[in-house]
Structures are given as structure tokens and as C-alpha cells.
Design a protein around this ligand. Sequence first.
Ligand code: NAD
Length: 261
Amino acid sequence: MKLLSKKLNVVIIAGASGIGREIAIAYHQENCRVFVCDISDDFIEKFKNDYPSIFVKKTDVSLYDNVSTFFKEIKVEEDRIDVLVNCAGIAGPTASLEDIDPDEWDHTIKVNLNGMFYCLREAIPLLKKSESPSIINIASSASFFGFPLRSPYTAAKWAVIGMTKTLAMELGSDGVRVNAICPGSVRGERINTVIEADALKQGKTIEEIEKLYLSQVSLKKFVEPEDVANLALFLSSDLGRFISGQAIGLDGHTEGLSNNL
Ligand code: NAD
């Protein structure tokens, strides 16, 4: 069943792997024109092999010039964007705040927060030209809780909610809807790496940490990447036309985030 009634121009930031890739494929399958950027040559190469018709550009979202160049190239192809999905985000360091290297702090904020600002800044004039514009920022369950050992990630993800709600107010009269999807632990490479880092830091086994993460979720399961893609499609469809300014949990209900077994 198709959710989108018309062909949309969709930009997916950090869409060559992980959740972003799943979202890009979902829009592609809905016959949208999809533009993807990503920092990784390897992921880009694989993506181009798998989906040669999708526009993909190497971009580091933490650098404004890179982001600006990506959007300039989109503007050559299209005069409007209908959907922007801001998916770039790195896990950042797993450590107590007093042990975090300031450069690692800065880098986490640059990718997860500044990068989102740069993409929004470039995309908004193009979104204003759409008949049904929608922005989807990928936040996290960590946007609602304190998350021990992950302070820069958590700080950036709380900030994404503040930016989402503020933008919904700034852009509402232009008809631009702005929402945040807040996934819990999503099955895939990224959560495996996070669990490994947490296990190492706490001197626990990977199985113990995975069990802990699952115990914090009422549904006792990890989110699948396609669940995030489905919600993104719904939010940008006519079915979501009155949803704006929301931080939507997509997590099977997170009961709390703690590192204690
Ligand atoms: P991932 O690490 O699997 O993929 C991230 C993608 O971002 C990769 O393709 C990578 O090359 C790209 N990327 C990294 N740094 C970049 C940069 N500076 N510029 C451009 N691209 C860059 O991550 P994921 O699990 O797919 O997560 C995607 C988003 O979802 C992130 O914002 C993340 O914080 C959020 N999220 C993930 C989970 C989870 O459990 N995986 C849970 C909640 C929220």
C-alpha cells in the first residue's frame, strides 16, 4: 500500500547506511525523487551500486560549506524540496562527563546539532516552495531522559527537540510541519557498537548490556529500522497533515535509561 499520494522531492541527510538508508529506500519505493548525502565513501559506494538512480553526494554535515554545496547541487536539479529528513547523528563518547575529551564533546555536538542547523538553514527556503512541506528530525529516547555516560549525545538530542518545537512555531504560518522522531534502540550495527562500548566501560558482557537495554523497554524488543521509515512516511503524507511540533517516541515505551544492571 502506498502512503504518499504524489511524487515528492525528499532529502535524506546521512542516508547511505543505517536508519537513513532504510528511510531513503522507503521514499524511493514510494516513487519519490530522493537526494542523499553521507560522509562515508564505503557506504556511498554500496548505496550507489544498490540504487544507481538515487542522487548521492559525499558531505560532512559538521562543515557548513559541505552542506551548502550539497544543497546547491539539489537546486540545480529541483526548485523545491517537499521533505527533509535530518538523520545524521553519531553516538559520541561513552564516558563520565569529567573524563570526556573536549574535542570529542565538540565533535558530537557539531555532527548531531550544528549539522542539523546547517541542513535546516539551507533547506527551509526550498521547503517553503512546496505545497506540503515537512521536516523530520531524528532525535532519540535519550531526548526525554538523562543517559549516564552519554552526556554529549543526550545534550544534543534534547536540543533537537527544542529546535523542532521552535521551528514548528517559526514555520507554521508557511505551512511547514516540523516533527522529531525519537527512536529507542534500533536493531543494527550502530546499537551493537553502543552496547559493546557500554559493556567495555562497565566491565559487563555484551549479553548483560543487551539484556539491560531490553529490560528498559515495555515491549521487550528493539525497534526495527523500517519502523522509523514507516513513521517518516506517515508524517510526510496527507495522513499526518495536522501533526507538527511533536517529539514522537518510537520505542516500545522506554521506562528509563540507566546503565545499572
Ligand atoms: P549509523 O551510525 O548506523 O549511521 C549513521 C550514518 O551517518 C552513516 O551512514 C554515517 O556515514 C553517517 N554520518 C556520520 N557522520 C556523518 C557526518 N559528519 N556527515 C554526514 N554523514 C555522517 O546510525 P543510525 O543508527 O542509522 O542512526 C541514525 C540516526 O538515528 C542518528 O541521528 C542517531 O542518533 C539516531 N538514533 C539511532 C538509534 C539507534 O539505536 N541506532 C536510536 C535512537 C536514535
